[in-house]
Structure formats: structure tokens, C-alpha cells
Write a protein that binds this ligand. Sequence first.
Ligand code: NAD
Length: 285
Amino acid sequence: MNGKVFIIGLGLIGGSLAMAIRQAHESVHIVGYDVNENNIQLAKLLGIVDDSVDSIAEGVLEADLILLAVPVDQTEKIVIQLADMKLKDDVIVTDAGSTKSTVVEAAKHLMNRGITFIGGHPMAGSHKSGAGAAKPHLFENAFYLLTPSDNYHTKEINQLKEWLKGTRANFLVVSPHTHDWLTGVISHFPHIIAAGLVKQAQTYSEENELVARLAAGGFRDITRIASSSPEMWRDILLHNRDVLLDLMDDWIMEMAHIKELVANRDSGEIYRFFAEAKVFRDDMP
Ligand code: NAD
């Protein structure tokens, strides 16, 4: 595809998406903007972007695709600002944030102006950040969820998929709420549990330093994701609040149930608890 792409946020995700877009569309012109001057310089040096601009208003003027890859609270602020800026009528605006309902809600003003906004979430990443960590293959074979609001038709979604085809990701279209529920169940809530387990071990390690030394194998497997960025996970919890509150209620009930089984020495039901989990886990694709 020919045209101009404007990337706001030249970090791990923005940089990786820019590289993937260029791989599939050699003649594209990619312009970048970031609040961090070092990331702009690095992105230019690495050939991630062709050019940079000093403001968002300047970058959006001629863009055919605007891609926001900044923290979710910044994404919300920027999509609200975009509603008052001069944009091409047929531009597609998308983002890469890990939560979707609040961002799509913030984009309502933009959509009311007739501008296409399709939320996006490439479901791969790393604990690294910044343009220096960007890779064109980061999203290969990963799921890439697109969350249009109800108003959008397949034409714009297909155009966006065409722009992003260099990611070689598997695109799935879901509603913003379904996205937040799915990612709440399989990603956000497990991060809370992982961090909770680590914090519990930390407390007990004050009683006995062997706790940290013996925490190998299974404990390391289940808590690997507790090393992720605290800023990013704080934002995710604040932006997927309602879904996570519901999941916490369900979890507390699940824990109360297993607590009762243990207290009652209910060997049959305890076996069933693990056996059912094993069957579902073993059957996962
Ligand atoms: P990052 O820290 O590597 O990059 C974010 C960039 O945004 C930084 O360069 C920062 O300077 C810039 N930035 C912040 N506020 C800005 C603003 N107002 N205007 C312009 N630039 C601004 O982070 P990342 O991992 O690339 O995350 C970006 C987005 O992608 C987040 O919304 C995150 O939820 C989402 N995401 C992250 C992952 C992951 O694993 N890291 C995976 C999928 C989606």
C-alpha cells in the first residue's frame, strides 16, 4: 500500500509495528512522534521511521494511518485531542493498548466526526521497552485483536488488516467489552495472581530466608510474569477495573470453595478440583 503512516509512541510496540508495516509496504512513508527525544533519535537511526515531527497536530495532517502506541491513559487523552485536529477524511486511526473499552469510549468524539477509529491489541510483547527493543517479527503468529465500534464495516477493517499484514499476526475481530473480558481472564487477572504469590513469598521470606532460595521450578514458572512493568500493569488494572473486580469476586469464591474442601478433608472433591483443571489445561491448543 502507498501512503503515509504516523506512529505516536516509538517504543517497543510502536517501533515493532512500524518495522512490520514497512516490511509489507516498501514505499510507505513513516513519520514518528514521541515525547522522549532519545526514542525519536534512536527510531530514526534504526530506520524505524523516515522522519519525525514536533507535534501530533503536524503529524496527523497527511497521514493515511495513525497508530497510537503509548500508555493507555495517554492514548485516551490523544484520541480526544485528535477529534479537534485537521485529519484526512479517509484516515484510519488505531491504537495498540492492552485495554479497549475506555479507549473506544474516548474515541467517540472522533467517530462522531466521521473518522474511522478501530481499536487494536497485538497480543505479544516483552518486558523490554523503547525503540531499541523493537523487532519486525514480534507479532508473528500472535493474535491481534481488533475492536471496532458497532458502526464500522468490513471495508475499513480489511484496510487496517492490509496495513498490518507484515505483522503476520492472526487477526480476530471482537467487541471492546469482549476484548477486555477475554484479556482480563487470560492475562490481566493471572498477572495479579502472579504478583500476589510473589508478595506472599516475600512476606514469608522475612520469617525464613530459605523461602526465596527454594522458590524454583513451579514457583518460577507461575510467577515469571510478575517481573513485568509495574507502570503498564497499574494502567491495565485501572482501565479494566470492572472486569477485574468481577473476576476477583469469582476467584475469592473459588478459593473459599477449595478452602472448605481442605478443611473438611474432602479427598474426592480435592482430587476432582485438580483433575478438572488438568483435563482443561491438557486440552488447551
Ligand atoms: P514503551 O514504553 O516501549 O513505549 C511507549 C512510548 O510511548 C515511549 O517511547 C514513550 O516515550 C512514549 N509516550 C508516552 N507518552 C506519550 C505521549 N503522550 N505522546 C507521545 N509519546 C508518548 O511501551 P510499549 O511496550 O511499546 O507499550 C505501548 C502500548 O502498547 C501500551 O498501551 C501497552 O499497553 C501496549 N502493549 C504493550 C505490550 C507489551 O508487552 N509491552 C503488548 C501489547 C500491547
